[in-house]
Design a protein around this ligand. Structure first.
Ligand SMILES: [Zn+2]
Length: 373
Protein backbone atom coordinates (compact mmCIF):
# COMPACT_ATOMS: atom_id res chain seq x y z
CA UNK A 1 0.00 0.00 0.00
CA UNK A 2 1.20 3.52 -0.76
CA UNK A 3 0.02 6.39 1.41
CA UNK A 4 0.95 10.03 0.91
CA UNK A 5 3.18 11.41 3.65
CA UNK A 6 2.18 14.63 5.41
CA UNK A 7 5.14 16.92 4.61
CA UNK A 8 5.12 20.62 5.53
CA UNK A 9 7.82 23.13 4.51
CA UNK A 10 8.39 26.03 6.91
CA UNK A 11 10.64 29.09 6.74
CA UNK A 12 11.11 32.50 8.28
CA UNK A 13 11.52 33.75 11.85
CA UNK A 14 10.41 31.43 14.70
CA UNK A 15 6.90 32.84 15.19
CA UNK A 16 6.17 32.61 11.47
CA UNK A 17 7.44 29.01 11.33
CA UNK A 18 5.14 28.14 14.23
CA UNK A 19 2.20 30.04 12.76
CA UNK A 20 2.38 28.16 9.46
CA UNK A 21 2.82 24.82 11.26
CA UNK A 22 -0.31 25.63 13.30
CA UNK A 23 -2.30 26.75 10.29
CA UNK A 24 -1.35 23.86 8.00
CA UNK A 25 -2.00 21.24 10.69
CA UNK A 26 -4.95 22.84 12.44
CA UNK A 27 -7.15 19.72 12.43
CA UNK A 28 -4.32 17.37 13.35
CA UNK A 29 -3.33 19.58 16.30
CA UNK A 30 -6.89 19.71 17.59
CA UNK A 31 -7.02 15.93 17.26
CA UNK A 32 -3.68 15.44 19.09
CA UNK A 33 -4.83 17.67 21.96
CA UNK A 34 -7.97 15.54 22.33
CA UNK A 35 -5.93 12.33 22.26
CA UNK A 36 -3.34 13.52 24.78
CA UNK A 37 -5.66 15.12 27.29
CA UNK A 38 -7.69 11.91 27.26
CA UNK A 39 -4.55 9.77 27.65
CA UNK A 40 -3.18 12.00 30.42
CA UNK A 41 -6.28 11.15 32.38
CA UNK A 42 -6.91 7.50 31.56
CA UNK A 43 -3.34 6.31 31.41
CA UNK A 44 -1.34 8.58 33.67
CA UNK A 45 -3.96 9.80 36.18
CA UNK A 46 -3.49 13.48 35.26
CA UNK A 47 -6.55 15.70 35.10
CA UNK A 48 -6.79 18.53 32.54
CA UNK A 49 -6.38 21.14 35.28
CA UNK A 50 -3.25 19.51 36.72
CA UNK A 51 -1.72 19.06 33.24
CA UNK A 52 -2.36 22.74 32.40
CA UNK A 53 -0.93 23.87 35.76
CA UNK A 54 2.29 21.99 35.01
CA UNK A 55 2.35 23.32 31.43
CA UNK A 56 2.19 26.90 32.78
CA UNK A 57 5.30 26.25 34.88
CA UNK A 58 7.07 24.81 31.83
CA UNK A 59 6.10 27.75 29.63
CA UNK A 60 8.06 30.03 32.00
CA UNK A 61 11.01 27.61 31.82
CA UNK A 62 10.98 27.45 27.99
CA UNK A 63 10.67 31.26 27.74
CA UNK A 64 13.91 31.44 29.71
CA UNK A 65 15.99 28.51 28.37
CA UNK A 66 14.91 28.69 24.74
CA UNK A 67 13.07 31.89 23.75
CA UNK A 68 13.02 30.84 20.07
CA UNK A 69 11.26 27.57 20.94
CA UNK A 70 8.75 29.52 23.06
CA UNK A 71 8.15 31.95 20.17
CA UNK A 72 7.56 29.05 17.77
CA UNK A 73 5.04 27.47 20.21
CA UNK A 74 3.21 30.80 20.42
CA UNK A 75 3.05 30.84 16.62
CA UNK A 76 1.65 27.28 16.61
CA UNK A 77 -1.03 28.32 19.12
CA UNK A 78 -2.05 31.37 17.05
CA UNK A 79 -1.98 29.50 13.73
CA UNK A 80 -4.04 26.57 15.04
CA UNK A 81 -6.44 28.71 17.09
CA UNK A 82 -5.53 26.90 20.33
CA UNK A 83 -4.59 28.21 23.78
CA UNK A 84 -0.84 28.57 24.39
CA UNK A 85 -1.02 26.43 27.55
CA UNK A 86 -2.72 23.59 25.64
CA UNK A 87 0.07 23.76 23.03
CA UNK A 88 2.68 23.89 25.80
CA UNK A 89 1.17 20.78 27.44
CA UNK A 90 1.52 19.00 24.08
CA UNK A 91 5.15 20.13 23.81
CA UNK A 92 6.00 18.89 27.31
CA UNK A 93 3.88 15.76 27.12
CA UNK A 94 7.08 13.68 27.49
CA UNK A 95 7.68 15.19 30.95
CA UNK A 96 4.00 15.02 31.90
CA UNK A 97 3.59 11.37 30.91
CA UNK A 98 6.98 9.89 31.74
CA UNK A 99 7.02 11.37 35.26
CA UNK A 100 3.69 9.68 35.82
CA UNK A 101 4.96 6.42 34.28
CA UNK A 102 7.82 6.60 36.79
CA UNK A 103 5.52 7.39 39.71
CA UNK A 104 2.73 4.94 38.99
CA UNK A 105 4.98 2.44 37.23
CA UNK A 106 6.35 1.45 40.61
CA UNK A 107 2.98 -0.20 41.14
CA UNK A 108 2.39 -3.21 38.90
CA UNK A 109 0.80 -1.72 35.82
CA UNK A 110 1.40 -2.74 32.24
CA UNK A 111 2.87 -0.16 29.92
CA UNK A 112 4.13 -0.99 26.51
CA UNK A 113 5.43 2.18 24.88
CA UNK A 114 8.61 1.70 22.96
CA UNK A 115 10.75 2.20 19.93
CA UNK A 116 13.54 0.28 18.24
CA UNK A 117 16.43 2.23 16.74
CA UNK A 118 19.76 1.47 15.11
CA UNK A 119 22.60 3.19 13.27
CA UNK A 120 25.32 1.82 10.99
CA UNK A 121 28.59 3.62 10.28
CA UNK A 122 29.49 4.43 6.65
CA UNK A 123 32.10 1.66 6.70
CA UNK A 124 29.28 -0.84 7.30
CA UNK A 125 26.95 0.45 4.55
CA UNK A 126 27.22 -0.52 0.87
CA UNK A 127 27.24 3.06 -0.48
CA UNK A 128 29.45 4.52 2.28
CA UNK A 129 26.63 6.65 3.69
CA UNK A 130 25.80 6.81 7.41
CA UNK A 131 22.47 5.06 7.86
CA UNK A 132 20.11 5.40 10.82
CA UNK A 133 16.69 3.80 11.27
CA UNK A 134 13.89 3.71 13.77
CA UNK A 135 10.37 2.52 14.36
CA UNK A 136 8.43 4.94 16.53
CA UNK A 137 5.94 2.90 18.54
CA UNK A 138 3.35 5.04 20.19
CA UNK A 139 -0.35 5.82 20.62
CA UNK A 140 -1.97 4.72 17.33
CA UNK A 141 -4.27 7.77 17.13
CA UNK A 142 -1.51 10.40 17.31
CA UNK A 143 -1.10 12.38 14.06
CA UNK A 144 2.44 12.92 12.84
CA UNK A 145 4.02 15.41 10.44
CA UNK A 146 7.29 15.60 8.54
CA UNK A 147 8.75 19.09 8.72
CA UNK A 148 11.25 20.66 6.36
CA UNK A 149 12.43 23.77 8.17
CA UNK A 150 14.55 26.45 6.54
CA UNK A 151 15.99 28.30 9.52
CA UNK A 152 17.11 31.94 9.38
CA UNK A 153 19.99 31.15 11.70
CA UNK A 154 21.08 27.57 11.93
CA UNK A 155 21.02 24.53 9.69
CA UNK A 156 17.99 23.43 7.69
CA UNK A 157 16.17 20.49 9.25
CA UNK A 158 14.13 17.52 8.06
CA UNK A 159 12.32 15.85 10.96
CA UNK A 160 9.35 13.85 12.10
CA UNK A 161 7.19 15.41 14.78
CA UNK A 162 3.72 15.13 16.25
CA UNK A 163 1.40 17.82 14.88
CA UNK A 164 1.70 20.78 17.28
CA UNK A 165 5.08 19.77 18.74
CA UNK A 166 7.73 22.27 17.61
CA UNK A 167 10.77 20.05 18.10
CA UNK A 168 11.13 17.13 15.70
CA UNK A 169 12.47 14.02 17.38
CA UNK A 170 13.66 11.79 14.54
CA UNK A 171 15.58 13.92 12.11
CA UNK A 172 18.63 15.19 10.31
CA UNK A 173 20.05 18.56 9.33
CA UNK A 174 22.00 20.18 6.50
CA UNK A 175 25.26 19.70 8.48
CA UNK A 176 24.76 15.93 8.35
CA UNK A 177 23.74 15.57 12.02
CA UNK A 178 21.11 12.90 12.68
CA UNK A 179 18.94 12.02 15.70
CA UNK A 180 16.95 8.97 16.86
CA UNK A 181 15.28 8.63 20.26
CA UNK A 182 13.99 5.96 22.63
CA UNK A 183 11.74 6.66 25.63
CA UNK A 184 13.04 5.19 28.90
CA UNK A 185 11.63 5.46 32.43
CA UNK A 186 13.74 5.62 35.59
CA UNK A 187 12.98 5.91 39.28
CA UNK A 188 14.29 9.52 39.32
CA UNK A 189 12.15 10.98 36.51
CA UNK A 190 10.29 14.03 37.74
CA UNK A 191 8.68 16.88 35.79
CA UNK A 192 9.02 19.13 38.87
CA UNK A 193 12.76 19.58 38.30
CA UNK A 194 11.60 22.08 35.64
CA UNK A 195 14.72 21.77 33.51
CA UNK A 196 14.90 22.11 29.72
CA UNK A 197 12.20 19.76 28.35
CA UNK A 198 12.89 16.71 26.17
CA UNK A 199 11.38 18.14 22.98
CA UNK A 200 13.35 21.39 23.36
CA UNK A 201 16.54 19.33 23.62
CA UNK A 202 15.61 17.37 20.47
CA UNK A 203 15.01 20.68 18.65
CA UNK A 204 18.40 22.02 19.82
CA UNK A 205 20.15 18.79 18.79
CA UNK A 206 18.75 19.17 15.28
CA UNK A 207 19.95 22.79 15.18
CA UNK A 208 23.50 21.72 16.11
CA UNK A 209 26.23 22.07 13.51
CA UNK A 210 28.45 19.42 15.09
CA UNK A 211 28.06 16.13 16.88
CA UNK A 212 30.01 17.57 19.83
CA UNK A 213 27.50 20.38 20.21
CA UNK A 214 24.59 17.92 19.97
CA UNK A 215 26.11 15.77 22.74
CA UNK A 216 26.38 18.86 24.96
CA UNK A 217 22.68 19.62 24.47
CA UNK A 218 21.93 16.28 26.14
CA UNK A 219 24.72 16.15 28.70
CA UNK A 220 24.80 19.68 30.09
CA UNK A 221 22.98 20.31 33.38
CA UNK A 222 20.22 18.09 34.71
CA UNK A 223 17.28 16.57 32.91
CA UNK A 224 13.65 16.15 34.01
CA UNK A 225 13.27 12.65 32.64
CA UNK A 226 15.35 9.85 31.20
CA UNK A 227 15.71 9.18 27.46
CA UNK A 228 18.04 7.49 25.02
CA UNK A 229 19.48 9.38 22.06
CA UNK A 230 21.36 7.98 19.07
CA UNK A 231 23.34 10.73 17.36
CA UNK A 232 25.35 10.61 14.17
CA UNK A 233 27.13 12.97 11.84
CA UNK A 234 28.49 12.53 8.35
CA UNK A 235 30.40 15.30 6.60
CA UNK A 236 32.22 13.33 3.89
CA UNK A 237 31.46 10.09 2.09
CA UNK A 238 32.99 7.06 3.82
CA UNK A 239 33.57 8.77 7.16
CA UNK A 240 31.26 9.58 10.03
CA UNK A 241 30.57 9.15 13.73
CA UNK A 242 27.80 7.60 15.79
CA UNK A 243 27.25 7.71 19.54
CA UNK A 244 24.44 6.42 21.73
CA UNK A 245 23.73 8.44 24.89
CA UNK A 246 21.65 6.99 27.69
CA UNK A 247 20.52 9.90 29.81
CA UNK A 248 19.00 9.91 33.29
CA UNK A 249 18.10 13.03 35.32
CA UNK A 250 21.53 13.39 36.98
CA UNK A 251 23.94 11.53 34.67
CA UNK A 252 24.56 10.39 31.11
CA UNK A 253 26.42 7.42 29.69
CA UNK A 254 27.94 7.29 26.20
CA UNK A 255 27.99 4.01 24.29
CA UNK A 256 30.08 3.76 21.13
CA UNK A 257 29.32 1.57 18.13
CA UNK A 258 30.05 -2.15 18.38
CA UNK A 259 31.73 -3.35 15.15
CA UNK A 260 30.16 -0.61 13.09
CA UNK A 261 26.67 -0.38 14.57
CA UNK A 262 24.53 0.50 17.58
CA UNK A 263 21.01 -0.64 18.43
CA UNK A 264 18.76 0.46 21.26
CA UNK A 265 15.26 -0.07 22.66
CA UNK A 266 13.58 1.11 25.90
CA UNK A 267 15.77 0.05 28.81
CA UNK A 268 19.15 1.19 30.16
CA UNK A 269 22.25 -0.88 29.48
CA UNK A 270 23.97 0.84 32.41
CA UNK A 271 21.41 1.84 35.09
CA UNK A 272 23.97 1.53 37.91
CA UNK A 273 26.42 3.95 36.28
CA UNK A 274 23.54 6.38 35.88
CA UNK A 275 22.48 5.98 39.51
CA UNK A 276 18.90 5.02 38.69
CA UNK A 277 16.56 2.11 39.12
CA UNK A 278 14.99 0.84 35.93
CA UNK A 279 11.18 1.01 35.81
CA UNK A 280 10.24 -1.60 33.26
CA UNK A 281 7.72 -4.04 34.85
CA UNK A 282 5.64 -5.74 32.15
CA UNK A 283 7.33 -3.64 29.46
CA UNK A 284 10.45 -5.67 30.14
CA UNK A 285 9.41 -8.50 27.83
CA UNK A 286 8.91 -6.21 24.86
CA UNK A 287 11.98 -4.00 25.22
CA UNK A 288 14.37 -6.89 26.01
CA UNK A 289 12.96 -9.03 23.22
CA UNK A 290 13.25 -6.18 20.69
CA UNK A 291 16.76 -5.36 21.95
CA UNK A 292 17.97 -8.96 21.49
CA UNK A 293 16.38 -9.10 18.08
CA UNK A 294 17.90 -5.88 16.71
CA UNK A 295 21.30 -6.94 18.07
CA UNK A 296 20.93 -10.33 16.36
CA UNK A 297 19.99 -8.69 13.05
CA UNK A 298 23.04 -6.40 13.32
CA UNK A 299 25.27 -9.32 14.40
CA UNK A 300 24.17 -11.39 11.40
CA UNK A 301 24.79 -8.59 8.90
CA UNK A 302 26.89 -5.51 9.66
CA UNK A 303 28.98 -7.19 12.35
CA UNK A 304 30.01 -10.08 10.11
CA UNK A 305 31.47 -7.59 7.62
CA UNK A 306 28.41 -7.61 5.35
CA UNK A 307 27.63 -4.14 3.99
CA UNK A 308 24.08 -3.11 4.71
CA UNK A 309 21.87 -1.70 1.97
CA UNK A 310 18.66 0.29 2.09
CA UNK A 311 16.35 -2.68 1.45
CA UNK A 312 17.98 -4.64 4.29
CA UNK A 313 17.69 -1.71 6.69
CA UNK A 314 13.99 -1.43 5.82
CA UNK A 315 13.46 -5.15 6.26
CA UNK A 316 15.01 -5.00 9.76
CA UNK A 317 12.28 -2.54 10.68
CA UNK A 318 9.63 -4.88 9.21
CA UNK A 319 10.82 -7.75 11.40
CA UNK A 320 8.03 -9.69 13.17
CA UNK A 321 10.01 -11.95 15.50
CA UNK A 322 7.97 -12.16 18.75
CA UNK A 323 4.89 -10.47 17.27
CA UNK A 324 2.99 -8.42 18.46
CA UNK A 325 5.82 -7.11 20.70
CA UNK A 326 8.17 -7.23 17.70
CA UNK A 327 10.41 -4.58 16.09
CA UNK A 328 7.49 -3.95 13.72
CA UNK A 329 5.14 -3.46 16.62
CA UNK A 330 1.47 -4.40 16.49
CA UNK A 331 -1.37 -3.87 18.91
CA UNK A 332 -1.31 -6.32 21.79
CA UNK A 333 -4.98 -7.24 21.97
CA UNK A 334 -4.53 -8.70 25.45
CA UNK A 335 -4.09 -5.18 26.81
CA UNK A 336 -6.86 -2.62 27.38
CA UNK A 337 -7.27 -0.31 24.41
CA UNK A 338 -5.73 2.73 26.11
CA UNK A 339 -2.54 0.80 26.81
CA UNK A 340 -1.94 -0.38 23.25
CA UNK A 341 1.00 0.89 21.23
CA UNK A 342 2.10 0.09 17.70
CA UNK A 343 4.61 1.25 15.11
CA UNK A 344 3.05 4.39 13.70
CA UNK A 345 6.08 5.82 11.91
CA UNK A 346 9.10 4.09 10.46
CA UNK A 347 12.10 6.01 9.14
CA UNK A 348 15.39 5.01 7.55
CA UNK A 349 17.63 8.02 7.04
CA UNK A 350 20.74 8.69 5.02
CA UNK A 351 22.89 11.41 6.54
CA UNK A 352 24.97 11.88 3.40
CA UNK A 353 22.09 12.28 0.94
CA UNK A 354 20.03 14.11 3.65
CA UNK A 355 17.08 11.87 2.88
CA UNK A 356 14.39 9.96 4.77
CA UNK A 357 12.60 6.84 3.60
CA UNK A 358 9.49 6.88 5.71
CA UNK A 359 6.13 5.26 6.30
CA UNK A 360 3.12 6.47 8.21
CA UNK A 361 1.72 3.25 9.65
CA UNK A 362 3.38 -0.16 9.96
CA UNK A 363 6.28 -0.61 7.54
CA UNK A 364 4.97 -4.15 6.86
CA UNK A 365 1.79 -2.78 5.29
CA UNK A 366 2.95 0.47 3.67
CA UNK A 367 5.78 1.26 1.29
CA UNK A 368 8.71 3.45 2.31
CA UNK A 369 8.71 6.75 0.44
CA UNK A 370 11.56 9.23 0.09
CA UNK A 371 11.61 12.75 1.51
CA UNK A 372 14.70 14.84 0.79
CA UNK A 373 15.81 17.87 2.80
ZN1 LIG B 1 4.25 -5.40 11.01
Amino acid sequence: MKTSLPVVTLKGPPYQIGYKHGKMARQEIEHNLDVYFRRFKTETELSYEVAIGRAAKFLAVIDKVSPEYAETMKGVAAGSGQEILDITALNVRYELMYSQFSKIGLKPMPKTFGCTAFAALPIAVDNGHLMMGQNWDWIPEVKGLFLKVRNENGPDILSFTEAGVVGGKIGLNSEGVGLLINGIVSSKDDWARLKKPFHVRCWEILRSKTLGRAVKVIAQGQRNCSANFILGQQKAKGSGKVVDIESAPDAVCEIGPDRGAVGHTNHFSNPKILGVKQVVDEERLSTIQRYRRIQKLLNDTVRTGHKLDLAEAQSMLRDHYGEPESICRHNNLKLPEYQRYETIVSVVMDLYSKRFWATIGSPCSTEYQPITL
